[in-house]
Design a protein around this ligand. Structure first.
Ligand code: FAD
Length: 285
């Protein structure tokens, strides 16, 4: 286990095929050796089984087969109250008592209307059973739908006041935007631990997807890497891993509450990063 003061966690996503499913089991087995504080399992609308079933299945595997605490993602946009209660009951039965309560990405499949915002779901879960640890999402570079930064903070405070115990950030590539965000949280008396979400960018398609789905600004240093190694996949992967390590070393040195690594189900990358940073998590300062 890592030290009490700093959390190291990983995120995986349930696959859409049976082959992907076996691959994820191998990935999780490999991540186990890195002794993370928890592994979170996303929940989207395009899983090959029922959305909740897939997330619960893998969260159960992490929690009860690997004995690593699991966090099940629950996106409100795909779930009504009855389904949330069913899921909470199933999770409780499997002693999986951590969830990440989200609004979810709005799409044609996201038709459920019981919870308009993540904070409505956070409150519902805490009222249902306060022994669930409820995490929430936050955005150092501001959520794309927000009118402005101030309203984003106002609603983030509402999420924490509704019962969110911890926050995990959207990925970011400029640590200064995280430090600025953290400072504003302190001013707004958002006092729960904030885990920094880090995504190692290891290939060109991943970057193109990111640019399409996320309004995270790319620092000049990062763009130079992309341009220089665009046609050299091995160099781009190495540079992407080195960039993530550099971000993590800086964040941990600045006493971040924790690092949440978006693994993209790639245990090799996670292992490579872990081998360069694991000792930082063992120092109690
Ligand atoms: P909210 O906190 O509800 O915020 C959404 C927007 O509404 C923001 O602009 C906020 O400022 C605004 N807002 C909040 N409350 C109010 C209010 N009362 N009145 C007016 N405006 C308000 N998506 C998935 O589908 N599945 C996943 O597994 C998943 N995992 C994620 C994990 C992490 C760590 C992160 C950062 C994101 C994840 N997402 C996932 C994506 C997430 O669902 C989207 O970013 C979504 O657009 C917003 O979710 P939220 O929980 O932050 O929403």
């Amino acid at each position: 286990m890592t030290s009490d003061s700093k959390i190291l966690s990983f995120e995986v996503f349930p696959p859409t095929t049976q082959v992907g499913s076996s691959h994820l089991v191998k990935t999780l087995d490999s991540l186990r050796a890195l002794s993370p504080d928890f592994i979170s399992v996303t929940c989207s609308n395009n899983n090959y089984e029922n959305i909740a079933d897939t997330t619960i299945k893998f969260a159960d595997y992490v929690n009860n087969t690997l004995n690593i605490p699991a966090v099940a993602h629950l996106p409100a946009a795909y779930l009504d109250k009855t389904q949330v209660i069913e899921i909470l009951e199933r999770l409780r039965e499997k002693q999986t008592m951590k969830v990440l309560a989200l609004r979810g990405d709005i799409s044609d499949e996201a038709t459920k209307k019981d919870f308009k915002y993540a904070s409505d779901l956070v409150k519902f879960i805490k009222d249902y059973d306060s022994s669930f640890e409820v995490l929430g999402a936050c955005y150092p570079d501001v959520h794309p739908e927000s009118i402005n930064r101030i309203s984003d903070f106002h609603y983030l405070k509402e999420k924490v006041d509704s019962g969110a115990d911890k926050l995990i950030t959207q990925l970011f590539f400029d640590n200064n935007s995280f430090y600025d965000f953290q400072e504003r949280c302190a001013i707004a008396e958002i006092n729960v631990p904030i885990l920094a979400g880090i995504m190692p960018v290891i290939n060109r398609n991943q970057i193109l997807r990111l640019l399409k789905n996320c309004n995270t600004p790319l620092p000049a240093k990062f763009i130079r890497i992309l341009e220089k190694y665009e046609h050299n996949p091995v160099a781009l992967r190495d540079a992407g891993i080195a960039y993530a390590i550099d971000q993590i070393v800086d964040l941990v040195t600045e006493d971040v509450a924790g690092i949440h690594l978006y693994t993209m189900n790639n245990s090799e990358t996670a292992r490579s990063i872990h081998s360069s940073i694991s000792s930082l998590f063992k120092i109690n300062t």
